[in-house]
Design a protein around this ligand. Sequence first.
Ligand code: GRG
Length: 296
Amino acid sequence: MEIRTYLEEKRTVIDEALDRYLPSEGEYPPQIYRAMRYSIFAGGKRLRPILVIAGAEAVGDRKENVLPVACAIELIHTYSLIHDDLPSMDNDDYRRGKASSHKVFGEALAILTGDALLTEAFQLLSNKKNFIDPDPHQLIEIIHEIALSTGHAGMIGGQVVDIDSEGKEVEISTLEYIHTHKTGTMITVSVRTGAKLGGGSSEEIELLTKYGEKIGLAFQVIDDILDAQEGRENREEKGGGDLKKRKITYPAFLGMKRSRKKAAELIGEATSFLKSFGQRAEPLREIARYIKEQEQ
Ligand code: GRG
């Protein structure tokens, strides 16, 4: 299969759904809708919502309820990027190749835009009109999992430890905590909720959870590698760059060669969990390879 075509097709479906779900800029007060839409449509890869869809496809044909969940996860991810870019956090002027939210709309509105996207995600998830014949128990379970993965015990926990570790000497276990929580939990919950919505068995959900954990960590290790290599100057020019912010990274601990090896091992382990799924998990295999390719 041609992964780029697959990703492009899914990205289009997700973008159309996001456009339908998000209130229009004509609503009052327009500035919040303009800012929400600005960041959502600034050009993300849609990796997490695509993983929701691919997770459902890996276990069967039930896909009717994946889109609201996939879009809710993208809203939460985008909120986290807006807040992460704020002057009080990473202070990044650019995001997704465009000026970051606070640069365009000011800091107060950027904070509120992140808040609005986060609450809109749970509005979307809890509105039965968005679902076809939903299983209410499963839906509550999914909402709970998404809240856990993105809140204090997940993404926010990772961000807290990340900020607290800046400029300090920390153990590799702390780095692993940051990466698995800040980035990994959102990636894992995407595949997991997809598998649940697709009607996967508990064994299938467990295997796809392990796949998600491995690609989640690989994704962040590769982001560290990219930050440490040639692209670094560009990233720093734009206000980014882990070195400049004295953040801890895999290459700082292991060096580039061992970090690359670690990423390759994680991708290999991730795909090993897909063996029993056959052809239906081909998109998940290709996504794992695609993540690995980003550092080549
Ligand atoms: C502020 C609550 C709060 C959390 C911030 C996710 C996060 C936690 C911060 C993002 C900062 C960052 C650069 C993390 C590294 C992982 C990463 C590369 C995220 C960007 O995800 P992509 O590449 O972005 O999927 P797009 O724009 O394609 O959606």
